[in-house]
Write a protein that binds this ligand. Structure first.
Ligand code: SF4
Length: 209
């Protein structure tokens, strides 16, 4: 069975895809095959929303206990934004007390070729966007995006999220090869502040979590 829903320290997560528009040097999927025993590499590239919903159903009690479910796996959830929307609608209807968060690289509008933020806003409770660096040059070096202009795309997406009043956090990972990647925490925090987002600095740990 593929792990489309998994748990990490009793918190619930959805592993929707292995596709991503970045190839971050610190990505946990390049370090580990699994997250606490759940293998997150998917055999079937065409996971359907219904497959995820089935696993949500099978884990309903644990998800209710978790209180929140997060789109976050070995890939960028918004590469499958239509499925994210369908699954979120289902969760909102069947478990209205469970909060929904998306962890994303912020390339959702580029992928969808339209502004999906107003569609997501009524469905999700919060969003965490990987800022990763204070400028495009360092971002490109550390996140290795697969298209040009990805840094600005991510910033625009984050701004739209705050404008839509989604609880938005910009995150960075520090201490990953600091001799190579000079992440300016203060500058990153300012970027978050200026667009009205919260800020999170996560220290890189070998295990990834
Ligand atoms: S955006 Fe996330 S899933 Fe994609 S490569 Fe970076 S860390 Fe990995």
């Amino acid at each position: 069975m593929q792990n489309l829903v998994y748990f990490l320290y009793d918190k619930a997560y959805i592993n929707l895809t292995n596709a991503c528009t970045n190839a971050c040097r610190f990505c946990v999927r390049d370090i580990k095959e699994d997250v606490v025993g759940s293998k997150l590499w998917l055999d079937d590239k065409e996971v359907r929303a219904l497959d995820v919903i089935e696993q949500i159903e099978n884990n309903k009690e644990k998800i209710l206990k978790s209180g929140e479910i997060v789109f976050c796996g070995y890939g960028e959830p918004l590469t499958k934004f239509e499925d994210v929307i369908e699954i979120s609608k289902y969760i909102k209807k069947s478990m209205p007390k469970v909060k929904i968060r998306i962890n994303t690289n912020g390339h959702g509008n580029f992928i969808a070729k339209k502004n999906i933020v107003p569609i997501l806003a009524p469905l999700i409770d919060s969003i965490s966007i990987s800022l990763n660096a204070q400028n495009e040059e360092i971002y490109n070096a550390i996140s290795k995006p697969k298209f040009e202009g990805a840094y600005n795309e991510m910033l625009k997406f984050a701004k739209l999220c705050t404008e839509e009043k989604i609880d938005t956090t910009l995150s960075i990972v520090t201490n990953y090869k600091p001799e190579l990647y000079k992440i300016d925490v203060f500058e990153c925090e300012n970027i978050a502040k200026n667009i009205g987002a919260k800020f999170k600095n996560r220290e890189w740990i070998e295990n990834g979590y």
